[in-house]
Design a protein around this ligand. Structure first.
Ligand SMILES: Nc1nc2c(ncn2[C@@H]2O[C@H](COP(=O)(O)OP(=O)(O)OP(=O)(O)O)[C@@H](O)[C@H]2O)c(=O)[nH]1
Ligand SMILES: [Mg+2]
Length: 240
């Protein structure tokens, strides 16, 4: 096996959920693990080799959503939209499952192969909570690995799961109005454009950074068409 990484694997998740600890467990690289949010502020990379593959693992700053609220979230989303990411490992804090799954729902829009790591199950078990990870896996259609990252529990299963990463079953489907708006916007996007659906959602939600991204990919004229369509849709929606 040569040492050229076969795939880029992005670790993503809410602030303080254990991403850097998982990064260290996979790669053996030291990185700051600390009990406060945003201890990681830049993307860090290191290799992880399994029996058959060499992966480039990327640790990222914590984010709550792909909709930009901070410089950190911008860096992470730009990395995803760069089209260089082959696999997403989402670290879910088992103590904050609902909030973690709301980010999962956004990530499914990208149709990138994923693995979910249900981390800190030591804490939830201590509280008497049990999360049905098999059911979660069958609902979302991706491997789910239970983990106690601070003790290294789950690292080998995570390496296997990365080899078996899957595209989530189907993205969240919005109501008719939203879906028809998304297909109108998508008509201006060529099939070759990566993450069409996610880009259309960001545009419809007036994301402040997406215009620049779309203009870079599709040019000024297409961006103008998209903006016109969105304004038209919004005006019609107001009168209905
Ligand atoms: N009980 C428990 N604590 C954990 C576990 N994994 C990580 N931690 C603790 O959670 C805290 C945050 O861990 P990090 O790995 O720095 O989390 P992070 O997601 O990288 O945090 P940011 O980079 O700030 O977003 C540290 O105090 C870890 O020791 C776990 O499985 N169980
Ligand atoms: Mg970190």
């Amino acid at each position: 096996m040569n040492n050229k990484p076969d795939k880029n694997v992005l670790i993503i998740g809410l602030p303080n959920c254990g991403k850097s600890q998982i990064f260290s467990n996979l790669t053996g690289e030291y990185t700051l693990v600390a009990n406060y949010p945003l201890s990681t502020i830049n993307i860090k990379k290191a290799f992880c080799t399994t029996e058959g593959y060499c992966y480039n693992i990327l640790d990222t700053p914590g984010i709550y959503s792909l909709h930009i609220q901070s410089e950190e979230a911008y860096i992470v989303r730009e990395k995803i939209l760069s089209d260089e990411i082959d696999i997403i490992v989402q670290c879910l804090d088992a103590n904050h499952l609902k909030q973690s799954l709301s980010l999962t729902a956004e990530l499914t829009q990208l149709s990138i192969p994923m693995v979910l790591v249900l981390n800190a199950v030591d804490e939830t078990l201590r509280k008497g909570m049990w999360i049905d990870s098999k059911r979660l896996s069958s609902i979302i259609g991706v491997p789910v690995v239970e983990s106690i990252a601070i003790k290294g529990v789950g690292t080998n299963r995570l390496k296997q799961a990365i080899e078996n990463a899957r595209v989530p079953k189907s993205p969240v489907i919005f109501g008719d109005v939203m879906e028809s708006a998304l297909s109108s916007i998508s008509t201006f996007m060529p099939d070759t454009m990566p993450y069409k659906r996610a880009n259309a959602i960001f545009a419809l939600l007036n994301d402040p950074y997406i215009e620049e991204h779309i203009e870079k990919l599709l040019g000024e004229a297409k961006l103008k068409d998209i903006k016109y369509t969105i304004n038209d849709l919004k005006e019609r929606f107001q009168w209905n």
